[in-house]
Design a protein around this ligand. Structure first.
Ligand code: LLP
Length: 385
């Protein structure tokens, strides 16, 4: 089995657990995205929710990506880290007045609006500020993303987006909301999508919806298809960069863009997942009643994905090349769900060995908590460690 390349001699003196980011891989990923979209009217807004570590943000903003934010603080974090405010899309079903004001003050690119009451709120706050707020309607396309139910967002029973049937009512309402300007439509069907046919179905749906708009007099300047492209959690060394070529080609082939329309993407996971690893030490080996437990010093407080979504992350022992044995690799937290992997084949391990829990760059550090009064794991970068 191929292992990732890590500066293990440097890891020995660092207190574990910690996040380690391979900056070179991040840059290669960003460059791949850029080269795939360079001749197309496409814009990528990086979804800050996946990882909002300032160093990561600076790498991404430095290459001209826009930002996709879901809170006022994310908007401020994006701006602090050099994203252009006029390239910020602001999503979320529960934008508060305070957050809307932050967005208005910074003249963001667009509010992706998710309900009629939200449109009223943005309109009245924009009026007070004497501004015109650009909005895109987030429409729930009722398309199955074939992913974990917790990260499926585009189905009828999900809380996200507007019902397509509300479009005529909204268009009739818009002239009275004079501080709003409708500039686009937005969709997001879910995350960690590996079956690209879900995106194809989304394109077909958007083509239908566009037809509804064609006769209304509203010109949609942009279509935003959200994020969701999945990564290979099982083979991060074999597939360190997602298949952006097929992903973007799918939209070029199946989505009927109108003249001068731009297509926007909100990619999070596929940009940052593979460049990050959670580095942890083996604290104890414990022979349980039925299982061999490998107890490590990282826990669900550092990386909650396995506990929350039964997610699998590839794990490597960076300090052993002995034969592989079966282990349940668990954290120290007082919860039975604090398990990184069950019956996982890992090189024979001993107390003090250093493990890398791979593909942890997305929804890792950002979802950490201090449950059990634990410290937050620090982060280190390949070029400055
Ligand atoms: N745009 C919107 C409106 C979103 O809700 C999301 C993610 C994205 C873009 C970015 O999607 P991505 O390209 O990263 O798939 N914590 C979960 C994932 C939650 C995703 C939430 N929305 C996990 O660890 O799997």
């Amino acid at each position: 089995m191929i292992k990732g390349k890590f500066p293990i001699h440097k890891f020995n003196s660092i207190e574990t657990p910690f996040y380690y980011y391979d900056v070179n891989l991040l840059q290669q990923t960003i460059n791949t995205i850029q080269s795939e979209i360079k001749d197309k009217p496409y814009h990528v807004h990086y979804a800050l929710k996946a990882n909002s570590n300032p160093r990561i943000l600076q790498e991404i903003s430095g290459k001209g990506f826009g930002a996709d934010c879901v809170s006022g603080n994310e908007i401020l974090r994006a701006i602090e880290n050099n994203f252009d405010s006029n390239q910020i899309a602001f999503a979320g079903i529960g934008k508060t007045d305070k957050e809307i004001e932050i967005a208005l003050k910074n003249d963001i690119f667009t509010f992706n609006v998710e309900s009629i009451p939200e449109m009223h709120a943005i309109n009245s706050l924009a009026q007070t500020e004497n501004k015109k707020a650009r909005i895109a309607l987030r429409i729930n396309p009722n398309i199955d993303a074939h992913t974990h139910s917790y990260i499926t967002t585009g189905l009828d029973d999900n809380k996200f987006g507007l019902d397509e049937k509300q479009i005529p009512e909204i268009l009739a309402l818009l002239p009275s909301l004079s501080s709003l300007k409708l500039i686009g439509v937005h969709f997001h069907i879910g995350s960690q999508i590996t079956n690209l046919s879900s995106f194809k179905n989304l394109c077909y749906k958007i083509n239908e919806i566009q037809k509804e708009f064609d006769n209304t007099g509203y010109i949609l300047e942009h279509i935003n298809v959200g994020g969701g492209l999945g990564v290979d959690y099982e083979q991060p060394n074999e597939f360190p960069i997602a298949n952006f070529k097929d992903y973007f080609n799918l939209f070029s082939t199946h989505l009927e863009l109108r003249k001068k329309q731009t297509l926007h993407f909100e990619l999070g996971r596929s940009v940052v997942a593979q460049c990050g690893s959670l580095i942890t030490r083996v604290t104890y080996l414990k022979k349980g009643i039925k299982k061999n437990f490998l107890i490590v010093d990282a826990g669900m407080t550092d990386l909650i994905r396995p506990a929350l979504y039964q997610a699998t992350h590839h794990i490597e022992n960076l300090t052993s090349n002995q034969e592989a044995l079966d282990y349940d690799i668990v954290g120290p937290i007082c919860e039975s769900s604090d398990i990184f992997a069950k019956d996982f084949k890992l090189n024979k391990s001993k107390r003090g060995d250093i493990l890398a829990i791979r593909s942890a760059g997305a929804y890792g550090e950002v979802m950490a908590s201090q449950y059990n009064c634990r410290d937050f794991a620090k982060s280190f970068f390949s070029d400055t460690i």
